[in-house]
Design a protein around this ligand. Structure first.
Ligand code: CU
Length: 349
């Protein structure tokens, strides 16, 4: 029992928190998949692809960046935008600035969860002036996720042509930190070049970031850009940056009043739980309905008090407190998100 605890504690410290946070280990480069940031999380991704063109007297690097900015709204819904600055999607008239706005709803499933995940994504591409959409299906078993997508565009490439594209891919996690992924997709018309990609994906230990090294012939990461191959092979990378907005609370409130500290009646304090040496002390506290518990962080690192079903608990800075009032009798189990082996319970009578 004790050795199990020590092992699980050690593993929890080593486990990358990125694994379930819009990680490139769970998506091939040219498929949107079912990526949906958690509520209150802004996802910033940067995809940079390039080729080296022979130029007069030297070499010139031609770059194809796509920025993704998305916000999780809760209920598995996200809104966002993809912005490709050197797009080859719309050629007549040439519109290299390609902006796509989208919403995505993950109807079932979750990132890396076993079984199926399905998401729907309506979008609008301002360069093509086209209403686009993607229906995405994923199947995860162990370290492997398979992907399929059906795409529709009302005005593909800015031409007056509605088109459909299909795509498929896979992501295989060789370890918790390293994966490989790839995909192929395109229009049903055989005259149009298919888009493809291959990548090696890394989770950066101890951070929420993931990183991919990619090769692909697709220039932008929009529904249209992911559906057509360009005349050259591009190399590049993708870097994912989830921004938990609650982390920035101390900028505005000072470290002694972290966001997420729920209001509480000052006279109803029932007890204090300290967070010290990676433990809640005491780890079980019994109070009466209507009373408030305060957690005080006495460790030199951030903890959280995350109740079951509460995905966006705010970090509690060193020497800060968090209070919650409990009005309904019951057992309230909680843990620390960065240190999941830290567990406690509030019993309300
Ligand atoms: Cu902790």
């Amino acid at each position: 029992m004790r050795s199990t605890f020590v092992i699980s504690a050690a593993l929890s410290l080593l486990a990358p928190p990125a694994l379930h946070a819009q990680s490139t280990l769970f998506r091939p480069p040219n498929l949107g998949g079912s990526w949906t940031p958690e509520p209150g999380v802004v996802q910033f991704d940067f995809i940079h692809r390039f080729y080296v063109a022979p130029d007069a007297g030297g070499h010139k690097v031609i770059n194809f960046p796509t920025f993704t900015l998305a916000l999780g709204l809760g209920h598995q819904i996200a809104i966002g935008t993809h912005y490709g600055t050197n797009s080859s999607v719309v050629q007549t008239p040439y519109r290299p600035n390609e902006i796509e706005v989208y919403a995505r709803w993950r109807v079932i499933g979750g990132e890396g969860q076993p079984g199926f995940a399905i998401s729907v994504e309506p979008a609008y591409n301002f360069a093509a002036r086209s209403a686009d959409g993607e229906l995405s299906l994923e199947y995860t078993r162990g370290r492997l996720t398979l992907f399929g997508a059906a795409r529709g565009m009302s005005k593909a490439f800015g031409l007056d042509t509605a088109r459909m594209a299909l795509a498929g891919g896979l992501a295989a996690r060789l370890t918790d930190y390293i994966g490989i992924s790839g995909d192929v997709g395109g229009f049903l018309s055989p005259s149009m070049r298919k888009a493809w990609s291959v990548a090696i994906d890394f989770a950066i230990p101890g951070s929420p970031h993931t990183f991919s090294l990619e090769a692909s012939n697709a220039s932008t990461s929009t529904i249209q850009g992911n559906s057509v191959g360009f005349s050259r092979m591009l190399y590049g990378f993708e870097f994912t940056i989830p921004l938990h907005l609650s982390r920035f609370g101390p900028w505005f409130h000072g470290p002694s009043a972290p966001p997420g500290a729920t209001g509480s009646g000052p006279g109803a304090l029932a007890g204090e739980v300290r967070m010290v040496q990676l433990k809640y002390a005491p780890d079980s506290i019994t109070i009466s309905a209507g009373q408030t518990v305060t957690w005080a962080n006495r460790d030199p690192l951030e903890h959280t008090v995350t109740f079951e079903g509460d995905s966006a608990a705010a970090p509690i800075a060193p020497n800060s407190t968090f209070s919650r009032r409990f009005d309904t009798p019951g057992e309230y189990r909680y843990h620390c998100t960065p240190h999941p082996f830290m567990r406690g319970v509030v019993v309300v009578r």
